[in-house]
Design a binder for this molecule. Structure first.
Ligand SMILES: *Cc1c(COP(=O)(O)O)cnc(C)c1O
Length: 361
């Protein structure tokens, strides 16, 4: 069996270091906001050449807090791609604003910059870009539009640790960036974790307070805050893994390269472009008989996933925000996309086996 992913195997190389760190953690007895969190935050900021990294409880909270810290008028419109994982849209709603869905490009699966301006109204205050599957959005035109209309740009980098656009890292391409370290992400914790990156001192100060009950000083609360601290133990684990991120990326790129050069032309492959250094958080192909292909691979011992089976405009929870509009490109992607094994737990032989099976489909 070639599973889609296997996290126990993904984390095996770090196990001895995790165990040692856990013993130190037990001995120290400092469980919340200790040295481990400080260290991970400064490592993460340095990695990106960002001024500040603020650890929070998970990726959804990172998005909510990144939006909240902008202090936009209640009910502002925020532009977001119509095919994103639901968290990006939920974050806008939880922050008290209105998501305005814009279709992606059928080539990159990321928000189509040429469709953004038509959705801007006097209430539009921000664009939430999502670097989906490990490919950055086309940020030059997006930042140009944002500047022209005075909009903030927030990046959802949950799937794009280490991805680059024109040489610049995801997480450094807007005003604020939200990351998730959910266990299956390219940089994954052993539980929930997230972070926000920004170069703005004012945002960073406010975010550090917001994630901790609106408090900079114990029992003194200046803001209506949250409890969204990045768990100390998860920060320690992430600190151990972060130095290997480049190796994780290289491994996934190698596996993706095998698919890209060996899969037959029946499958629509991810676009490769010199301006985009993709990290293949998800290696997806598209095929009109996607469900039959998925069943065939499973019969032959290969696990696959669909990211995502239900388009956001068909999610019951989001019905009020999608009324009366159709999203044909988003639906086309949801109907035809299939995610292939492409994880740190796989080797080249696994991928050749998947290719052989797929080329015989
Ligand atoms: C995983 C993910 C999130 C949410 O992260 P959590 O840590 O699970 O809250 C947000 N956006 C995208 C695009 C994601 O893939």
């Amino acid at each position: 069996m070639i599973p889609y992913d296997q996290l126990s195997k993904v984390n095996l190389p770090y196990q001895a270091d995790f165990e040692q760190a856990f013993r130190d953690f037990l001995e120290k007895g400092w469980y919340i906001m200790g040295e481990g969190l400080k260290k991970f935050e400064s490592q993460l900021a340095d990695y990106h050449g960002s001024k500040h990294a603020i650890g929070v409880a998970n990726g959804l909270d990172a998005l909510i807090l990144a939006i909240k810290v902008l202090n936009l008028p209640a009910g502002s419109e925020i532009i977001v791609p119509s095919n994103t994982y639901i968290a990006s849209i939920l974050a806008i709603i939880h922050a008290g604003h209105q998501p305005v869905m814009v279709e992606p490009s059928l080539q990159t699966y990321n928000i189509d910059p040429s469709l953004i301006e038509a959705s801007i109204t006097p209430s539009t205050k921000a664009i939430l870009v999502v670097h989906l599957y490990g490919k950055c959005c086309d940020m030059d035109p997006i930042n140009h539009i944002a500047q022209k209309h005075g909009l903030a740009v927030i990046e959802d980098g949950a799937q794009s640790h280490d991805a680059r656009y024109k040489g610049r890292l995801a997480g450094t391409l807007g005003d604020l960036a939200a990351f998730s370290f959910y266990p299956s992400k390219n940089l994954g914790a052993l539980g929930d974790a997230g972070a926000i990156l920004t170069n703005e001192d004012v945002y960073a100060t406010s975010l550090r307070s917001m994630r901790n009950y609106g408090s900079h000083q114990k029992y003194q609360n200046d803001q209506v805050g949250f409890n969204s601290r990045l768990d100390e133990l998860q920060a320690i684990f992430l600190s151990i893994k972060l130095p290997y991120l480049a190796a994780i990326t290289a491994h996934k790129r190698d596996l993706a390269g095998l698919y890209l050069s060996n899969l037959k032309s029946d499958f629509i492959l991810p676009v490769v472009d010199v301006d985009y250094e993709d990290v293949y958080h998800i290696f997806n192909i598209r095929h009109p008989r996607r469900d039959a292909l998925k069943a065939y691979l499973l019969e032959n011992g290969v696990g696959t996933e669909i990211h995502y089976p239900i388009a956001p405009n068909h999610q019951k929870a989001l019905a009020p925000w999608f009324e009366g509009r159709s999203f044909p490109i988003s639906e086309e992607i949801h109907a035809t996309t299939l995610s292939l094994p492409c994880s740190a737990c796989h080797d080249a032989l696994d991928i050749y086996r998947v290719i052989e099976l797929m080329n015989a489909f």
